[in-house]
Design a binder for this molecule. Structure first.
Ligand code: ATP
Ligand code: PAU
Ligand code: K
Length: 297
């Protein structure tokens, strides 16, 4: 086997590690559940034996400290010459407008970075970036590429598991079964379908609803900026006329739902995509794309 130098991107989540390695013009992706006890061993074996990488440079983005530690120890032990970077928000060339950037999940920032690079920058459009995994994050990136924060809710599996553990009568449904069966009948006629419907359409509707509300919030912010240019205490239509406020307000760009880009990524994004009503892009492993695209570390 020909051995090559490789940059290995690893997104360590709470359910799985996602990997991506660039080889020539293509990118090879891989997914390993961290519920397998030897997941870290399998990770280094995939890179070394399956891809034939030597002289590896690992770029790790992690939201699970124990798992990242485990992986770094295994890489160190099996490939002592490997270079390892544990990526932080400081490595991502993006403005981060949240209270404590160091506490922000690096997967959220890397997914947003990849989405902005892929779609947002060229369109000069604000984006909603959704990562649907153990948790679902719904984040807003403005048209200048600033990460503005977002919302976090439990993912499909966490929600259905919470119903099973918190009740006597509800079963623990399997999402892999549902994905094979096609549409969810509404209203559902049995318990399992009712849980699929409630959780799946609930999360998809939360994505649509949050997107709508972010658009409204951004509009409110622009209006506030416009009205703050008026004389203090002079609000309302007649006051605006008196200080020429109407003209200012009209010159402020109005939000257009059609120009906001919605992007879905994460392990459950393909399952959710048919139920999300806003037009969107769906792309797996966006976090690893962000890692591969980072400027030289
Ligand atoms: N190849 C696959 N095998 C099994 N499940 C998969 C696969 N691909 C995606 N999934 C789904 O992906 C979900 C986990 O998504 P993902 O890997 O994005 O989460 P995570 O990044 O570990 O979570 P978080 O970042 O929220 O901690 C699982 O609940 C499962 O339903
Ligand atoms: C929300 C998750 C679990 C999604 O993977 C992750 O991004 C995380 O652990 N975040 C830390 C808290 C935050 O992002 O505000
Ligand atoms: K994730």
């Amino acid at each position: 086997m020909r051995l090559t130098a490789c940059t290995v991107a690893v997104d360590v989540g709470n359910t799985a590690v996602k990997l991506a390695v660039r080889q020539g013009d293509s990118i090879i992706d891989h997914w390993i559940a961290i519920s397998c006890s030897d997941w870290h061993q399998r990770t280094v074996e995939w890179v070394r034996d399956r891809l034939g990488c030597k002289d590896t440079h690992w770029r790790i983005g992690s939201v699970h400290r124990g798992a990242a530690q485990r992986l770094m120890e295994t890489v160190d032990r099996t490939a002592p010459d490997a270079k390892i970077d544990l990526v932080t928000f400081r490595d991502v060339p993006m403005e981060v407008a949240v209270d404590s950037p160091e506490r922000l999940g690096i997967d959220r920032l890397l997914g947003a970075y990849a989405a902005y690079q892929t779609w947002g920058r060229s369109a000069a459009a604000p984006m909603v970036v959704v990562d649907a995994g153990s948790a679902v994050t719904v984040d807003w990136v403005d048209a200048k590429g600033c990460f503005c924060g977002g919302a976090i809710l439990p993912g499909l599996s966490l929600q259905s598991r919470a119903l099973a553990t918190g009740t006597d009568a509800l079963p623990d449904i399997q999402w892999s079964d549902r994905a094979l069966q096609g549409d969810v009948p509404l209203p559902a006629k049995n318990t399992a379908d009712a849980i699929y419907a409630g959780v799946l359409i609930g999360v998809a509707s939360a994505i649509d609803g949050l997107t709508r509300r972010y658009i409204d919030a951004a509009a409110g912010h622009w209006m506030a900026t416009a009205s703050s240019k008026m004389a203090p205490g002079k609000m309302g239509a007649s006051a605006m006329d008196a200080v020429g406020g109407k003209e200012v307000a009209e010159s402020v760009p109005q939000p257009d739902a059609g120009s906001v880009l919605l992007v879905l990524t994460g392990g459950d994004s393909a399952t959710l995509s048919p139920y999300v009503q806003y037009r969107h892009h769906q792309k797996s492993n966006l976090v690893c794309r962000g890692l591969l695209n980072l400027p030289h570390l």
